[in-house]
Every structure is written in structure tokens, then in C-alpha cells.
Design a protein around this ligand. Structure first.
Ligand SMILES: Cc1cc2nc3c(=O)[nH]c(=O)nc-3n(C[C@H](O)[C@H](O)[C@H](O)COP(=O)(O)OP(=O)(O)OC[C@H]3O[C@@H](n4cnc5c(N)ncnc54)[C@H](O)[C@@H]3O)c2cc1C
Length: 361
């Protein structure tokens, strides 16, 4: 008889776990508290606009995510840059581009860094030295995890200007933390995997359709086809052992019996639901992980900038990460999703238009 696995949580993690178990021949039940799948990545309506929450960009090195999109049959609904190309604008109006060339890593960014006009020539050289040193940090060493990325940068000649215009630009978008608050191990892992080892790894991708269609709706169909029994509006209240089985009490239906449970819910929920002794960590582990909230701002442009009007005034940029939309084509869309997760974005209005910023929450 096949194993019955109950998956708690229908975000990207729960969807992936449920599909993996079903593909392995298990009988799977997925329980999601909300009325839809997708978790943090979903879309909601404001007037005629479909506005996304959650994951807005990914990198070519996010191979597990790309495999999930393939499994969901939605690979064609995302855009992946043929080559990393990001406009960077500093608050004083200086603009530059981070764009890779065809050379192998780390030479693929050498040309961009040599012309990186938001930094002085001396700082560009210091930045290159810092990047080369970062390649040799052991990201798997526990001691590295206890060290701050900011302290390491200072020790390796990276001043405030380089940190703001280069390291935080990448760090805030990927780690949701500025250098002093980021673990050196995590920062090294991101920079090594995304920028310093494989030249194509840092190419940026994004969805061409609302995230709810890309993830939640596609997953509902895919899970159904894989034989997974999906229950939305089913909040799990507790999980306890009864003999060989696990009993899962939930809202909206009778309790379930399962052989195994996958807790794909946020850490505090997972800790509260896990039966005593099932996770080999001291109590309070979820609290100790802490959290780093992501604030997202969506700009609704009431006028369109064509590439021919791509003057600095015509390109909205985020005041937090100084990033402009990665492709000139963004302007054809009415929504720009800024990669900055920590600060509110502000728009600079295209000439003769009344572009406005609106925050969905
Ligand atoms: C604004 C924003 C921007 C982001 N940008 C990016 C980005 O650019 N790139 C990137 O890679 N990532 C980004 N992320 C992060 C990414 O969206 C998340 O890491 C990812 O979606 C988390 O998926 P998950 O399945 O682990 O958790 P979640 O999406 O949180 O899923 C957990 C699910 O469990 C359900 N649940 C909770 N409690 C229960 C219960 N008791 N019973 C049943 N179900 C329960 C929840 O309703 C939820 O659906 C962003 C996140 C946000 C919020």
C-alpha cells in the first residue's frame, strides 16, 4: 500500500513537495489555509489592474524554481534575459549599466565594472579586488555564517560608496538585507553562485503573466493531474501521533490520518504544528530565526515611455535600490515591479505625464 503524505501549506514549497511525493508514487493530500494556492506569491485586483505580491524576479541560477515552472507547464510564461543587463542610477542622476559580456566568469562583468560610472575609477578597482576576494570565502563554514558581510567588506577595502552602489544593490535584492545585517556566508553564496562562478547565472527573469496564474492556478491543475487531493480553505489546527499514524485536525472538514506530514508553512507555524520531539532543535527555533519583512511598491504608470524617449527623466527608478527596470520594454507594461524589497519606490514622472506611485498594502 502506498504511503499517505499530508502536505501543510500550498505555497511554492508545499506545491513542490506535493508534486515530488506524488511523482514518487505516494498518495498525497495538500492542505492550504487560504482559498487559493501560491502562498506569498499571488495576485489581487485593484480596479482593472492585476497586482502581484511576492517573488517578482528570479535568476537563471534558480534551477529548482525553473524545474518547478517546467513541471507546472508554465516555462513559456516567464521571460529570462539572454544576458544580464540592469540599469543602475545613483541619486545624483549618474547612470550606469551592469551588463555581462560573452567572457567566462568573473571576466563577464569586467567591462561593466570598468565603465561603472556611479563609482570613481579607484573605487571600481577596489570593487574588482573585493569581488575576487569574495570568490574564496568558504560559504559552508559555520564561522562564516556568524560574520557580517559589512565587516568583511570593510576589511577588504570596500568603502561606503562601493557598498551602496554595488554590494547593497545586489544584497538587498537577493538577501533582503544591507551588508551590515547580512551573514557573510549567505552573501558569499549569493555572489558566488549568482555572479562570480557561472557567467549566465545572474541573468534576470520575471513573469509575463500575473503570479497567481503562473504559480497557484497552474499548480491546482498540475496537482490535480498528478492525483494530489487538494483542499483549500483548510487550515491545519494541530498534528499529533496516534499509534503509527499522524492525525491532522483542520478547518472545513474531518481530521485526516497520514503516514507522513510535510510542514511547508512559515517557520513559526511549522514549529507550533510539529508533534513534540519530531524536530531535533531546541524549542523556540522558529522565533530565533527572526524575520525580515519585504515591502513592495507597485508603480502604475499613466503614461508610456517608449525606448526612444528613454531619457533619465523618462525612466522611473527605485529610490531604495536605485534600479531602473531591466528592459526598455518594461515601459509597454503598466506595472513595473522594482527589485528592491526593503524600501518604498518612488517614480520620476515621464515628461508631460502624471505617473503615480501606488502601494497595494
Ligand atoms: C513582496 C515580496 C517580494 C518577493 N520577491 C522575491 C523575489 O524577487 N525573488 C524570490 O526568489 N523570492 C521573492 N520573495 C520570496 C518568495 O515569494 C517566498 O520565498 C516564497 O514564495 C515562499 O514560499 P513558501 O512556500 O516557502 O512559503 P509561503 O508562500 O508563505 O507558503 C506557506 C503557505 O502555508 C499556508 N499556511 C500557513 N499556515 C497554515 C496552516 N496552519 N494550515 C494550512 N496552511 C497554512 C499559507 O497560507 C501559505 O499559503 C518575495 C516575497 C515577498 C513577500
Amino acid at each position: 500500500m502506498s504511503t499517505h503524505v499530508a502536505v501543510v501549506g500550498g505555497g511554492l514549497a508545499g506545491i513542490t513537495a506535493a508534486l515530488r511525493c506524488a511523482d514518487d508514487g505516494d498518495r498525497v493530500t495538500l492542505l492550504e489555509a487560504r482559498p487559493r494556492l501560491g502562498g506569498l506569491t499571488h495576485s489581487f485586483s485593484r480596479g482593472e489592474l492585476q497586482i502581484d505580491n511576492g517573488q517578482h524576479v528570479f535568476l537563471r541560477c534558480c534551477t529548482a524554481y525553473l524545474q518547478l515552472l517546467h513541471r507546472l507547464g508554465v516555462s513559456g510564461k516567464v521571460m529570462l534575459q539572454p544576458r544580464l543587463d540592469v540599469a543602475v542610477c545613483s541619486p545624483d542622476g549618474t547612470t550606469a549599466r551592469l551588463r555581462r559580456n560573452r567572457l567566462p566568469a568573473p571576466l563577464h562583468l569586467a567591462g561593466s565594472l570598468a565603465r561603472y560610472s556611479v563609482l570613481s575609477p579607484a573605487d571600481r578597482l577596489r570593487a574588482v579586488r573585493g569581488a575576487l576576494a569574495l570568490r574564496h570565502v568558504d560559504a559552508d563554514d559555520r564561522a562564516t555564517d556568524a560574520e557580517s558581510f559589512g565587516a568583511w567588506l570593510r576589511e577588504h577595502g570596500q568603502n561606503a560608496a562601493i557598498t551602496a552602489a554595488l554590494w547593497d544593490l545586489i544584497g538587498v535584492a537577493t538577501l533582503n538585507a544591507r551588508a551590515p545585517d547580512a551573514s557573510l556566508a549567505l552573501a558569499a553564496m549569493v555572489m558566488q553562485q549568482g555572479l562570480l562562478t557561472d557567467s549566465a547565472a545572474g541573468d534576470i527573469g520575471w513573469s509575463l503573466v500575473p503570479l497567481q496564474r503562473l504559480h497557484g492556478d497552474a499548480a491546482l491543475a498540475c496537482l490535480g493531474a498528478a492525483g494530489v487531493d487538494v483542499h483549500t480553505g483548510a487550515k491545519v489546527l494541530d498534528v499529533h501521533r496516534e499509534g503509527e499514524s499522524l492525525v491532522i485536525r483542520r478547518t472545513g472538514g474531518a481530521a485526516l490520518l497520514a503516514d507522513q506530514v510535510v510542514l511547508a508553512a512559515p517557520a513559526p507555524v511549522a514549529e507550533s504544528l510539529a508533534p513534540a520531539g519530531s524536530i531535533a532543535l531546541p524549542a523556540g527555533w522558529a522565533q530565533r530565526l527572526g524575520s525580515s519583512p519585504i515591502v513592495k511598491c507597485t508603480l502604475s504608470l499613466t503614461a508610456t515611455c517608449s525606448p526612444s524617449r528613454s531619457s533619465p527623466e523618462c525612466v522611473p527608478r527605485c529610490s531604495g535600490c536605485s534600479t531602473a527596470p531591466p528592459q526598455p520594454g518594461f515601459a509597454k507594461a503598466s506595472i513595473w515591479r522594482c527589485p528592491c524589497r526593503r524600501q518604498m519606490a518612488s517614480s520620476s514622472s515621464p515628461p508631460n505625464s502624471s505617473a503615480g506611485a501606488s502601494c497595494p498594502r
